[in-house]
Every structure is written in C-alpha cells, then in structure tokens.
Design a protein around this ligand. Structure first.
Ligand code: KIV
Ligand code: ZN
Length: 519
C-alpha cells in the first residue's frame, strides 16, 4: 500500500440498488460487476446476502466469476448475517465481510433501542465472528456523520482491536459539510491509538449535493478508501458518484497528490450500462457522464476549443472513454472484424451469440447508413443480454392516419409451448400506446401489469438512428425495468415492454421455485 493510493469501493450493486425501482436481476448484476472489473475498481460490494435469495445468489455469482478485485458482502452485526455473507463470499479470490451497526444517538436510541455499551459489544462480536472467516473485515459506523466524536473514537478503537482492517465512516443521511466531515476524519487519525492498523474509508450520501465534496475532503484528511456508485445511484439523492471522485482525483493531482487504480476510459461504458440496466437515465448536465458534459454550445467556447482544447476542457472526452459517433463498421464488414470490434468494446460472446448478433448487425446495416459503437452496444444488449426466453415479439403491425385511431396487432411467441399468441388493440392514444395494449391482449396472464415509466432516447443522431426505450412495469407488487432497441420507436417500445414482462414472468416462476433453464 502506498500512502497516496485511494482505494475505490464500488457499491452500485448494493447501495445503488437501493434506489427505488432500480432492482436488478442476477445476470444484470454480473454484467455490471464484469464492467466494474474492467474499470479496475478495488472492491465490489455485490449485495447484502441475507436480504433475499436473489441477493445471496448475486453475491455468490459475482464472487465466483469476477477476479482481480475484492468482493464484499454486507452483514448487520448479527451472527446469521455474517455466516450468510461468508457462505456467499467464500469462493471469491479476495472475500471481504462488511459488517455495520448504527452509532449515532438517534439511531441507537430509536432504531436499535440499545445502549451505547451494548452497541460496542455487538460491533466487537460481529467483527470477531467475521475475522474468524477472513482477515479482510470492514466495519461501518452507520450514521457516523451524526455520531458523537468521543464515542466514534472509542468504538473504532475497539473494532480494530477485534480484527477490522477497514473502518468505514458513512455520512448515511448526507448531513455533513465538507470541512466538518474532513475534521471528523482527522480527529480519528489523531485520537484513535491503533488507527494506523486500518484503512479509513468514507461512504457519503448526497442529500445536500455534497457527497463527492465530502469524500474528497475526507481523503485530504487521511481517508484512503472511497465508497461510491456509478452515476451516483443510491437511496434518496444517491451516493458519491464514482466517476466524479475518480476524475477529480485524476484531474487535480496538482493539489491532491493521490491516485486510484481505476481505468477511467471505462467510465462512459460503465455509466451507460448501469443506466440501461436500471432504467435510470443520466441527466444531460451530469458531470463526467452527462450527454452535455463535453459539449460546447456557445460560439466563443467552440472557437476557444478549436484553437486549444484546454481553454474550456479540463479533461478530454477520450480520458473517460467518450468516443462519440465514431463510424466503426458497415455493410461490407466481415464476421472477424465484427468480433474484433465487440472484443474491443469489452464483450466476450460465444459462437452462437456472435452468430445471432451478426445477423442482426447485417439487417441493421440495410436500415442504417452508418453504424457507431453505440449501435453495436445496443445490438448486443438487445440480442444477448436481455432475458428473452418466455415471450418474444414475432410480428408487429400498426396502422395510423391522423383522422383515425391507431390499430396495433402483435404476435408474440412463447418458447414454452412454441405457440404464437396474437393480440389486437385499437382506440388508444397513439401508436406506442396501442402496441403495448396489443401486447397485453396477446399475453392475458400479464394483463394486470402497469406501465409506470416510459422513456425513449435516440442512440445516435439522424432519423435512421436506433431508438432505445426504457420502461418500468409493476405487477403484483413487483417492479422491473425493461429495455429494447430498434430503428423503429414502436418496435423498440414493444421489445422493452416484453423484456419487462419476461423479467416479471421469471420472478413469478422463481417464486414458485421453477427457475427457467438458461437463466
Ligand atoms: O449509508 C450507510 O450508512 C450504509 C452503510 C450500511 C455502510 O450504506
Ligand atoms: Zn449508504
């Protein structure tokens, strides 16, 4: 460990998933974890194993498949939590048990209903139990931002003695200000006698929009691990955004002499992947990964950037992996070049997957003059990544004229029984609305599903661009996201809706203990 190294702990799969409506299935979590591996983060918090069977499976799968970084699982200060976390993590190359308990007066009194002394005892017992499994133990003081500093110092000293190697100081409710949070970290460095035996970590929430500022203030005061999420995902206003923390450290080395091991050129891809999978769009003016983050609109700025980019750009778009609108392949490209490009984009497809995507690629070449990386990414997402083994759309017909209500007919194939179901709907308020209602007519067992979110965005420019549609659908208290891409916006909408229905069907069958093959 070097004194200037800051460890990046990504919690997109655990705290990020706590954003309402952002739940991901096991395969989606693995895909994100594999992208985090390419991003070269130091620790991936893959979930909270005792929380549900799905969480347990996701942590175990990520622990099994992802190499080159530590995999963490969350556990309350309870034996059952710690044992379950270890069960999921033990196959990892470098497993970490992350155990936590609240330490602020308000949490201890009203939530835990425990005396401070009991909290110290529970924290020490939890760390000892975790340390019986692994030497890589992280302990968190939940609501540390509002914890009395004397008590914080006392409990930190006790858990380090019990075997904790990382001490995490969360600003759970995003309450502190940067100078105040920084002072908290330097107080720990100065006052806890065995502090040098552990790494100080911080975990800041963004309720006042200060999560990144607080994290950086902590680093300048002695913290050497930052917990963060892609796109700042997370409960309420989210967590510190990984891309902002990393790029601030990289860009301002002149006054913050620290470094991370993150490969920043993978940031844009990670951001898009998380946004696509969760259905959480990135605001256009979001730092680093927003669509406008490197766009120069005003004439004066454009003129300056053309003369010398650094006049208005403090970092290059390439440094975060933004290579927008690069024409990559066309009609005459062969399968070999196609596979090569997908490899460069980070996809590893088997022969069967490649063959399927290649057919789609050729069809898209006939529809669209120029193909960009984003088009290829959308094709792979659509053909390989999304669950499609319950229902998939075979045919769509929509007729529309300004003086008549649209009529939509869809044919949906169900590989279960190889049957083709048809549904028709007319009289709805637009072509997309008609088409989605026709899908429901074709799949009566999903007719109670409710569309709660719909968003369309153009993957590249031009009227021949592919549309990417994200939907959020609810059924029987379950919420899922679905995505679909196509050159036609109605077809993209139908694909997204059916993708969501597939996930609901999967959840329903899992609830009946009948998981599908290949899932
Ligand atoms: O915000 C928080 O306090 C947490 C802990 C469990 C680390 O997420
Ligand atoms: Zn948190």
């Amino acid at each position: 460990m070097t004194a200037d190294r800051v460890y990046i702990f990504d919690t997109t799969l655990r705290d990020g998933e706590q954003s309402p409506g952002a739940s991901m299935n096991v395969e989606e979590k693995l895909r994100i974890a594999q992208q985090l591996e390419r991003l070269n983060v130091d620790i991936i918090e893959a979930g909270f194993p005792i929380a549900s069977k799905g969480d347990f499976e996701a942590v175990r799968l990520v622990a099994e498949k992802v190499r080159g970084c530590s995999i963490a699982g969350l556990a309350r200060a309870k034996d059952a939590d710690i044992d379950r976390a270890w069960e999921a993590l033990k196959v990892a190359e470098d497993p970490r048990i992350h155990t936590f308990i609240a330490t602020s007066p308000i949490h201890m009194q009203h939530k835990l209903r425990m005396e401070p002394e009991q909290v110290v005892e529970a924290a020490v017992a939890a760390v000892k139990r975790a340390a019986g499994y692994t030497s890589n133990v992280e302990w968190s003081a939940e609501d540390a931002g509002r914890t009395e500093i004397d008590f914080l110092c006392r409990i930190v000293e006790a858990v380090i003695k019990a075997g904790a190697t990382t001490i995490n100081i969360p600003d759970t409710v995003g309450y502190t200000l940067p100078f105040e949070f920084g002072e908290r970290i330097s107080a720990l460095v100065e006052r806890v006698p065995n502090m040098h035996k552990a790494i100080i970590s911080v975990h800041c929430h963004n309720d006042l929009g200060l999560a990144v500022a607080n994290s950086l203030s902590a680093v300048t005061n002695g913290a050497r691990q930052v917990e963060c999420t892609i796109n700042g995902m997370g409960e309420r206003a989210g967590n510190a955004a990984l891309e902002e923390v990393v790029m601030a450290i990289q860009t301002r080395r002149d006054i913050m002499p620290f470094k991370t091991n993150v490969d920043a050129t993978e940031i844009t891809r990670a951001s898009k992947l998380v946004s696509t999978i969760t259905g959480f769009p990135v605001q256009p003016n979001k730092a680093i990964v927003g669509a406008n983050a490197f766009a120069h609109e005003s004439g004066i700025h454009q003129d300056g950037v053309l003369k010398k980019a650094t006049t208005y750009e403090i970092m290059t778009p390439e440094s975060v992996g933004l290579t927008t609108n690069r024409m990559v392949l066309g009609k005459h490209s062969g399968r070999h070049a196609f596979r090569d490009r997908l490899n460069q984009l980070g996809y590893r497809l088997d022969d069967d997957q490649l063959a399927r995507v290649f057919i789609r690629f050729k069809a898209l070449c006939d529809q669209k003059k120029e193909l960009f990386d984003e088009d290829l990414e959308a094709l792979v997402d659509d053909e390989v990544i999304r669950l499609r083994d319950y229902y998939h759309v075979k045919r769509l017909h929509v007729s529309y004229s300004p003086d008549k209500n649209p009529v939509a007919t869809v044919e949906v194939a169900s590989p279960d029984d190889e049957s083709l179901r048809q549904g028709t709907h007319w009289g709805a308020s637009g072509m997309v609305d008609s088409a989605l209602k026709a899908v429901k007519a074709a799949i009566p067992e999903m007719s109670d599903s409710k569309l709660v979110f719909y968003q369309v965005h153009s993957i590249t420019g031009g009227t021949d661009a592919q549309a990417e549609v994200t939907v959020r659908v609810e059924l029987e208290e379950k919420t899922v996201n679905g995505q679909g891409a196509d050159c036609d916006v109605v077809m993209a909408s139908v694909k997204a809706f059916i993708n969501a229905l597939n996930k609901l069907a999967y959840k329903r069958d899992k609830g009946r203990n009948k998981p599908r093959s290949g899932v």
